[in-house]
Design a protein around this ligand. Sequence first.
Ligand SMILES: Cc1ncc(C[n+]2csc(CCOP(=O)(O)OP(=O)(O)O)c2C)c(N)n1
Ligand SMILES: CC(=O)[C@@H](O)[C@H](O)COP(=O)(O)O
Ligand SMILES: [Mg+2]
Length: 633
Amino acid sequence: MILELINGPDDIKKFSKQELTILSQEIRDFLIEKISTTGGHLASNLGVVELTMAIYLAFDLPMDKIVWDVGHQSYTHKILSGRRMEFDELRQYGGMSGFPKRKESPCDAFDTGHSSTSISAGLGLAQARDVLGEGHFVVSVIGDGSLTGGMAYEALNNAAQMKKNFVIILNDNNMSISENVGGMSTYLNSIRTGNGYLDLKKHVTDMLSRIPVIGDTLIDRISRTKNGIKQLLIPGMLFENMGITYLGPVDGHNLKALTRALREAKKLDHAVLVHVITKKGKGYAPAENNPSKFHAVDPFDILTGKSKKEKKVFSYTDVFSKTICRLAKEDKKIVAVTAAMPDGTGLKRFSNLYPDRFFDVGIAEEHAVTSAAGMAAGGLKPVVAVYSSFLQRGFDQVLHDVCIQNLPVVFAVDRAGLVGSDGETHQGIFDLSFLSAIPNMSIFAPKNDWELANGLEFAFSLDSPIAVRYPRGEAYQGLEDFKAPIEYGKGEIIYEETDIALLAVGSMVSTGEHVRQKLKAEGWNCTLANGRFIKPFDKKLIDHLAKNHWLIVTMEENVLQGGYGCLINGYIHEHYPKVKVLNIALPDAYVEHGNVSLLRKGLGIDSDSIIWRMKKEYLDMERQNREWKDKMK
Ligand SMILES: Cc1ncc(C[n+]2csc(CCOP(=O)(O)OP(=O)(O)O)c2C)c(N)n1
Ligand SMILES: CC(=O)[C@@H](O)[C@H](O)COP(=O)(O)O
Ligand SMILES: [Mg+2]
């Protein structure tokens, strides 16, 4: 097998044309086999096999720097740089990441995960090279979906000023996770199909022919120049007019054409964009036929393409999806906004039912938030459905455009908490902190499916901004008998005892219930309270807990800094200095990829770790009491 001879970045350069063709097939077979077992991002990776091989043939890694936008398509790059043997542990706890990581390999020039950063990062690497007087090449590889993100345009605008070589590869597969959207996508499509050129050519010819006397002469003269009217209307004119040389479109599955185009690109002394046309899912029929489904997959059966997951769970996303459609049926002012995630956020159903009230803005979270603010100012009731980690992009827009004006925008913050195998870049563990810092913002976290549906209904009745945050995966259906009506800023007591109070929000209420049950079996009696609102938190509830318990255990799936525990600490320390508080939250650190249960254990927020920490707190308290009594003797 040729693949087995690849142990480092230069190895691919040894092979003949025929061997390289065999290698591309071996890589595809390898990817399908491995991802069918571990899960991961399949379709995008199958699409860039030849492109990645061409990059390795045309450039010298790790000296030359390649930046992969999002990084979900970097698996062939991982194979060619010598990480083939690590694919059995792909995206697993302690195993290889699904994204480029500088700490993983010198061939990973820049860490990615969120979209549309590659041109900025690549430009920065090229500028560092030039200031330091180095001579290597820098290449940014960006997809057509990622080219809908605002950062990419800021970077292109800046790249146009480059006085040295900087290569941008546009990997255009005419897809984001779902169908790509917007004007740039239409423009690329016109280049891909050639229609834009033909239409424009006809348009210009018609226009010139209407100029009296000299019109026909002009057409004749231009037609006799080397490329005729094409010279005026080359594909990629938009980039050319900005000052970025456009090469392409190139067939992204033709290794020879790709390598030639990249070698041409290296010769230029400024920024150059190589437009490569690929097929998402290439070489595996189920993925070619349904690239959205095979964008990110759980383990699957190779023959049928069917998921091996035993049963499809009813997720919080499903609850959101159904509830928002029900609410929108009753209230015609409800509109929904997504930044390129109609499937992931569950808004697909809404888009089918209410296409005129649905807005997919591309991978543009900042714009999603501000356009929703505009809609709210215009009298609508927008919901922005967004993953927690991607909302980080829209922080200033939430603050500056929504909250200062106190506009009624509902943020449906999905994937809040640990998400698992995507790792550091995707964990939704900061939203409580960054949202709670913003005046006028309210934050609600449901304990179960019922509370999410009712919390959303409540959110639309509020005339100010509110975030409803819920985790990835299965919706908790326990504690279903506890349905205290949702009131603004009010929590609920689920079980009332004395001594110790477990005060949890969101996903941690179910963990709190496990802790309570386990400790009850050991003879401890704990109160279990559901905070519901992180902001404003329920002061009366905290007063009640503080007056009746010696220990309050706050529980959240968010970093401690600025989160729920921090807010409660401030209040208790000020008003009840003798009451102890134990904060169960995530540390001031990034959390790597892995199975969520393993991560929870490792981070000390699973029920056993919490019990251990509570017992330690109890022993400390007893020791302090003993020491105090001894002193008083
Ligand atoms: C800021 C941000 N928002 C959303 C996403 C989710 N996301 C990951 S890949 C992707 C589509 C990217 O499309 P494209 O760049 O064309 O790559 P392709 O998947 O087609 O290979 C999206 C929306 C993200 N990673 N980052
Ligand atoms: C690369 C990326 O950002 C998305 O593909 C993400 O991995 C999807 O995550 P979910 O599987 O949680 O929808
Ligand atoms: Mg794409």
